[in-house]
Write a protein that binds this ligand. Structure first.
Ligand code: ZN
Length: 292
């Protein structure tokens, strides 16, 4: 029997993305990229607070000193939801107005990794960066088209990364001390017909849960064999990302998008762009917070 998915918020987001569970506040942060919106969803009250950031928001992570950090159209910033104050941290592409930041997450030491992409998806224009808590930016991978999911294995020795049009999940050796990557290779080759890999999360068994753009599903992959372990159908064609949450980290929150759907598709999938949730048998892991 397939895992059932429930709609928890009929948000009709153009490009819902970047879900992230806050275990202290017990809320789910997520973003609506093109709308420039940061969202905070409380599953208990079903209340969804919206913060207008004023430019495209690629992703959100928690910040250890409080508040959140964002990868925006114009670089990295921290944001205090209490005072609604945005503080710019770094803008490595201030000279490139045609790019914006997209997805990103923190490594086990709290370095904030995020990649850029062309706003009109010109291939190969993006770069994957990391930002240290002290404000230092490093450039890691060039020639990226649509920078997306990024997670680390439980032993911190492997980083998994998605550049969506490649239809691959790549693995890198990870040096946790230096924050440097090496030995890029393909971990998963996505077969045709399943959609494009987008955002991802990792569970306690080091398996990858991947939102499939154009694939109406989340797929759980074994990154060591490259094979599919399970599939969760989602009633929205463009599944963008997922994150584990809830008290026991068995709730998989799933973001979706209405972007680039025909009116016919939107009629068939009225809850496209919604926030969904599935109870999954495997325990997930939390995303790391930014070390600043
Ligand atoms: Zn994405």
């Amino acid at each position: 029997m397939p895992t059932e998915v429930e709609l928890v918020l009929d948000s009709k987001a153009i490009l819902g993305e970047g879900p992230l569970w806050d275990p202290d506040a017990k809320v789910l942060w997520w973003v609506n990229i093109f709308a420039g919106e940061l969202h905070r969803f409380d599953p208990q009250s079903e209340n969804d607070d919206v913060f207008q950031i004023g430019e495209a928001v690629g992703t959100v992570v928690l910040q250890r000193s409080g508040g959140v950090a964002l990868a925006l159209e114009n670089g990295f910033a921290s944001f205090d939801p209490g005072t609604q104050t945005l503080k710019r941290l770094a803008d490595p592409e201030s000279h490139i107005s045609t790019n914006r930041f997209n997805d990103g997450k923190c490594d086990p030491k709290g370095r904030f990794w995020a990649g850029t992409m062309s706003k009109v998806e010109d291939p190969g224009h993006g770069i994957l960066y990391s930002l240290d808590g002290d404000g230092k930016v490093k450039k890691h991978v060039q020639d990226i088209s649509v920078s997306n999911g990024i997670v680390w294995s439980s032993d911190s020795k492997t980083m998994y990364y998605i550049d969506s049009p490649t239809k691959r999940i790549d693995a890198f050796d990870y040096d946790l001390e230096s924050g440097e990557i090496s030995n890029r290779r393909t971990a998963v080759k996505v077969e045709d017909g399943l959609g494009f890999p987008d955002g991802m999360a990792i569970d306690v068994e080091d398996k990858l849960w991947v939102g499939m753009w154009g694939g109406s599903q989340v797929i759980r992959y074994d990154p060591l064999s490259g094979s599919i372990l399970s599939q969760i159908p989602v009633p929205s064609a463009h599944v963008t990302a997922c994150a584990f949450g809830g008290e026991d980290l068995h709730d998989l929150y799933i973001t979706t998008a209405r972007d680039r759907m025909t009116s016919e598709q939107l009629q068939e999938q009225p809850h496209a762009g919604g926030l969904f949730r599935a109870r999954v048998p495997v325990k997930g892991t939390l995303f790391e917070s930014f070390n600043a």
